[in-house]
Write a protein that binds this ligand. Structure first.
Ligand SMILES: [Zn+2]
Length: 247
């Protein structure tokens, strides 16, 4: 290589385009810089609009991604996406759609499921190119990250880390130190040299905050839809942040 410095890379974060996250794309970009992160993948649940917004604000730092729940309940992350992938598809189709876009299939927190964790992990690790072995939000229950690390080692897969931040202060809790890359092809090569770092485990109460945020938005959407005859929510864009942030 040409001696370029390693990068601090968070491959898993959310904006307010996720129903359970509060960070605006502008907050994310600002906090990522403060936290010393060189690259951040924005991986909203079933949505990439927030990632595009963040990338428009900071094209060098932001990687467009998406966290996609598959039909079987397994979650996969697509990195370097250009188009949204719908949720609820077969996991293999999700992986194919990520590959078709030239993206990278990443397995987030493969064991951190309340049910059917082993089957879901097997499915994700079967399809992924790299494994999240340190998820700051899963770190309060050590077996989840430990199992991911052990299995990735057995399979000889690249190991990465991410904050899974849903609120701004969580950014920087975990990241990978990865040899510098300028393209998806270089990223793929660099993955082999990834070193996961956990700075700080995010407390389980942040999951509660996310659930409360999501529930509050659902109620608000229902109230709004009630006035309009109970139609489907037309846009994911949360309008309820002012309300929810007061709690
Ligand atoms: Zn996530």
């Amino acid at each position: 290589m040409d001696g370029r410095a390693d990068l601090r890379v968070d491959l898993h974060s959310h904006t307010c385009w996720s129903p359970d996250a509060a960070t605006t794309p502008a907050d994310l970009v600002e906090r990522a810089a403060e936290a010393g992160l060189d690259r951040v993948a924005v991986t909203d649940h079933g949505e990439i609009a927030g990632a595009f917004e963040a990338r428009a604000l900071d094209p060098e730092r932001i990687i467009v991604g998406e966290e996609i729940r598959c039909r079987c309940g397994t979650e996969l992350i697509g990195l370097f996406l250009v188009e949204r992938i719908p949720m609820g598809l077969d996991a293999r189709e999700v992986a194919e759609r990520i590959a078709d876009q030239g993206g990278v299939v990443y397995a987030p927190h493969p064991y951190a499921y309340p049910r059917r964790a082993l089957a879901r992990a097997r499915r994700a690790l079967d399809l992924a190119e790299a494994v999240e072995v340190v998820n700051a939000r899963a770190a309060f229950f050590p077996p989840w990250n430990r199992m991911a690390g052990r299995r990735a080692g057995e399979l000889g897969m690249p190991t990465c880390a991410g904050s899974d931040a849903h609120f701004p202060h969580e950014l920087g809790h975990a990241f990978s130190v990865i040899p510098a890359f300028r393209s998806v092809a270089e990223f793929r090569e660099a993955l082999a040299g990834s070193r996961p770092v956990l700075r700080r485990a995010t407390g389980p109460w942040m999951h509660v905050a996310s659930m409360a945020l999501k529930a509050g938005r659902k109620v608000e959407a229902r109230v709004r839809a009630g006035g309009a005859g109970g139609g489907r929510r037309s846009a994911r864009r949360p309008g309820s942040l002012e309300v929810v942030e007061e709690t």
